[in-house]
Each structure stands twice: as structure tokens, then as C-alpha cells.
Design a binder for this molecule. Structure first.
Ligand SMILES: [Zn+2]
Length: 317
């Protein structure tokens, strides 16, 4: 295995040298005949990569819609798939905390690794240290020290697309024009999405929203809104009774009549809060997974972001 991988590395290096010297007239690519093989971690990375790759190959995703994206543990099959891919795309060491050790274990693979949020300054969480101490004895939870949810910001999403494009070009220079055209077209749609959010919230007087999972900090910062979250950025864990009572009072004092929750996550706390304050429940998706059913029905990153905008407009107005 090791030898084969090393040999592949040497061969691609040789191919690069040939192309570089201009002695090779062919337009051959380093990827297999079936096209580029891209493995991604969770839904937004999959959607962004798919938009860049187009029909030049195959993009797959490791996490299913229902899987907890914050506390995920990779399977041996996941690790083999990453090692075998031309390009592997993940959001950040802060989101997929399991990635660095997996990459270390497959060092001999020549997979090109894209950390999509690498060039984005992630927001530090003031409460992270305290939360970590509080939750450190709970199993299956990953406490983040920064907010990893950059993909929900239509401007940062474009930077993630650009990072994916760079990795894909490194693997398959031969189809450069196609990848670049795909990325440009998708980034134009993301720019339109950003404009729609800006326009919708520009003149709003109510700018505060209450949500179960603290996934919308980047949207809040981008459009000058205030996110009040029931749980933290890492999970949907229930807050303690004191925090819940505080939230309840906050909603009453500020006449907040809507609680947002994620359709794929537990909504128990959001429900409790809604019942206690007479507020209604609305879905706001952190896009950490879209079921196969919904994908077949045509849902994707852009359409869910538009649904989120429609849902937010009920409060932010
Ligand atoms: Zn999240």
C-alpha cells in the first residue's frame, strides 16, 4: 500500500514536471478516467464542492443528514474513502475536530486536503472556556473555542468555494476552465443571496431573534442582528433551569413571540420555551444536513438559505 502510494506520488510529480516543461502536448489529467473524486465531510461542503466540480467527476459526503455533525467520529470506511480520494474537503479543524488525527494516520496518501475555512478569521467565543468546564463530563460533545458555522454567511461561503476551487485545480489542472466557470457562476448566486439578506434586514426595527442552536452568529454579525441562543455553538444540549428562566424572562420583556429551532435537531428546549411564553416555533436550518428525501425534492444550500431568510423575516422586520 505504502509503496503504491509513493509510486503514485512520484508519477504525478513526473507528470507535473512534463507539463511544466511544455514537452507534453497532451491534456492529460492526474485524476482517473472517471473524473475527479472528491470526498466531503458534511452537507454544505458537499454542496459547495458539487457546484465547483459539476460533471467533471464525483462528489460524495461522509455524514448523513441525521448524524450529529459536532461530535462525529469517523468510521474506518470514512478514513479509507478520504485516503483514496483526489481531493478531501472539510470546513475547519474547529468544526470537524476529528480531521487532523485522521490526516496524520493517512500521511502516505497523496489526497489534496482543503480546509475550506482556512482563510477565514473565526470568531472567538467568550463563553467557550466556561461552557467547556461545565460540559466536560458530558459524553459525545465537542466544545468549540471558536464559532465554526461560517458556511451560513453567504459572503464567507464564497471564500469557501474559492478554497475548494484551488484544491480541485491542484488535482485536475486539465479541466481548469470548467471548474473556474462553475465556481464563478455559483459565487454569483451566493452574492445574490447576500444582497437578498441585506435588503431584507436593512430597515428592520426588530433585530433580535431567539434560536435553539447557536449556529447563526455569522449571519447576525454580517447583517447586524442579535442572536439569542438557547444552547451553545457545539450542541443542542439543554440549558440549566436558571438559564431557561432567564431566557423566558428575556422573551417576555422584549415581546419576542417566535423561537427558532433546527428541523434535524432536538427541539425539546425550544418547545418548552415556546410553551412557557406562548411563542410560536419556526424552523431555521443550520444546514448541517439535508435528508436524501429533501435533496431529491430539490432542496439545496441556496434554497434552504432562502427558506431561512423567509423564516427570519417573520421576526426581523
Ligand atoms: Zn452547529
Amino acid at each position: 500500500m505504502l509503496n503504491r502510494l509513493k509510486l503514485t506520488g512520484i508519477l504525478s510529480a513526473a507528470a507535473l514536471v512534463l507539463v511544466g516543461c511544455g514537452t507534453s502536448g497532451s491534456n492529460e489529467s492526474a485524476v482517473s478516467e472517471d473524473g475527479i473524486k472528491v470526498v466531503t465531510t458534511f452537507y454544505p461542503m458537499y454542496d459547495f464542492a458539487k457546484n465547483v466540480v459539476g460533471d467533471n467527476g464525483e462528489v460524495s459526503v461522509l455524514l448523513d443528514a441525521g448524524q450529529e455533525s459536532h461530535g462525529y467520529e469517523p468510521t474506518p470506511q470514512d478514513i479509507a474513502a478520504i485516503a483514496d480520494a483526489d481531493v478531501f474537503v472539510y470546513n475547519s479543524d474547529e468544526m470537524e475536530t476529528w480531521v487532523p488525527s485522521v490526516l496524520k494516520s493517512i500521511e502516505s496518501s497523496d489526497v489534496i486536503v482543503v480546509e475550506a475555512a482556512e482563510n477565514i478569521a473565526l470568531f472567538e467565543l467568550e463563553e467557550a472556556a466556561a461552557a467547556e468546564e461545565e460540559h466536560s463530563d458530558e459524553e459525545g460533545e465537542t466544545a468549540h473555542s471558536v464559532d465554526p458555522h461560517v458556511w451560513l454567511d453567504p459572503v464567507y461561503a464564497q471564500e469557501e468555494v474559492n478554497a475548494i476551487l484551488t484544491g480541485v485545480l491542484e488535482a485536475d489542472e486539465a479541466n481548469k476552465e470548467s471548474y473556474e466557470a462553475n465556481a464563478t457562476a455559483f459565487n454569483e448566486k451566493l452574492a445574490e443571496l447576500d444582497a437578498a439578506y441585506q435588503t431584507a434586514f436593512e430597515a428592520a426595527e426588530n433585530r433580535t431573534f431567539v434560536v435553539q442552536h447557536a449556529a447563526f452568529g455569522y449571519i447576525a454579525r454580517r447583517y447586524e442582528l442579535t442572536e439569542v441562543a438557547v444552547s451553545d455553538v457545539s450542541s443542542d444540549a439543554e440549558p440549566n433551569p436558571a438559564k431557561l428562566a432567564e431566557l423566558q424572562q428575556f422573551m417576555i420583556d422584549n415581546q419576542i413571540t417566535t423561537v427558532y429551532y433546527s428541523d434535524s435537531a432536538s427541539s425539546k428546549t425550544a418547545q418548552t420555551l415556546a410553551e412557557a411564553t406562548g411563542a410560536s416555533l419556526e424552523v431555521l436550518s443550520p444546514l448541517e444536513g439535508i435528508t436524501d428525501e429533501d435533496q431529491e425534492a430539490g432542496k439545496d444550500y441556496l434554497s434552504v438559505m432562502e427558506e431561512n431568510l423567509t423564516a427570519l423575516k417573520k421576526v426581523i422586520q
